[in-house]
Design a protein around this ligand. Structure first.
Ligand SMILES: [Zn+2]
Length: 281
């Protein structure tokens, strides 16, 4: 598809490495099965990445998600095995001759701390916006949920990550409700299995179609049906949303982008003769 208004390219940017409990990451799947491809450390954690996505237009730069951020105590860094954390996204942006000031828009898939933690940093005791020149975008259902999660998922939302939007001088926040085309070739659509209103992004560039999956399919090890995270609030909804997405990607020859895979940033999928989805790295 040739259209000069479409994005020129997408660039995956790894903001941090971290680790979460392998059992929580694979839900009901028994450890002897998931450890075949995903080894666990002595504390049962598996390695994960915070992989954001830069979407470049001729005259606009859009960033999807901002990673885990730098506002962590030593104890928390050890619990979550947070690596590369002194600079957040600065290093990854600098590798492309960019700074946080160059980002025009930040699209947040949802407000969990490993996706929205990098929205602000602490300077002289106050929280300062990491992307001061950006318009920020989030789904209303997730914005509302993040302000009143249940006791089960309260640990995944840290109010300080997004609370600074309510202060004077904060960068603009656009709260959207439902599927929408945000920019040419860039659609978001909300999902409800992982957490209400998590939006995944479908991006048609001048040459390829990409799906940025957030936590719907966090790593390439989560393709098969039962591989659904224990964190998900409504796993049967995740199952349906995941199948729909994978079949759409297979049919359109789209490229999946894995936000948390420690090694593989992207892959295509195909449907085999029996109708099963197979990964093509
Ligand atoms: Zn999440």
């Amino acid at each position: 598809m040739q259209n000069e208004n479409l994005p020129i390219r997408v660039l995956p940017l790894v903001e941090a490495s971290f680790g979460l409990d392998g059992g929580a990451m694979f839900g009901i799947v028994p450890k002897p099965l998931w450890t075949r491809k995903t080894p666990a450390d002595e504390q049962n954690r598996i390695d994960l990445a915070c992989r954001c996505l830069l979407v470049e237009y001729a005259n606009r730069k859009v960033l999807i998600d901002v990673g885990i951020g730098t506002r962590w105590t030593e104890k928390e860094r050890n619990i979550y095995k947070i690596g590369n954390q002194d600079v957040g996204l600065k290093r990854a942006l600098a590798a492309h001759d960019l700074t946080a000031n160059d980002i025009d828009d930040v699209v947040l898939t949802h407000l969990h701390f490993d996706h929205a933690g990098g929205l602000c940093f602490e300077q002289d005791g106050t929280l300062t916006a990491s992307f001061p020149n950006s318009t920020h975008w989030v789904q209303k259902r997730n914005w509302d949920w993040g302000h009143g999660p249940t006791a089960r998922d309260a640990g995944s939302y840290r109010r300080d990550d997004f609370g600074f939007f309510e202060k004077d001088g904060a960068p603009p926040l656009n709260i959207i409700d439902g599927p929408q085309e945000l920019f040419p070739g860039f659609d978001v659509f909300p999902q409800f299995g992982h957490t209400p209103g998590m939006q995944i992004c479908r991006i048609q560039t001048q040459s390829e179609l990409y799906f940025y999956l957030a936590d719907l399919i966090p790593t390439s090890a989560h393709i098969r049906d039962p591989y659904i995270m224990g964190y998900d609030l409504d796993p049967l909804t995740t199952l349906r949303e995941k199948r729909d997405l994978l079949h759409e990607a297979a049919k359109s020859n789209g490229i999946l982008i894995f936000e948390h895979d420690p090694i593989l940033p992207m892959a295509r999928v195909e449907t085999d003769l029996s109708g099963k989805i197979k990964l093509i790295p």
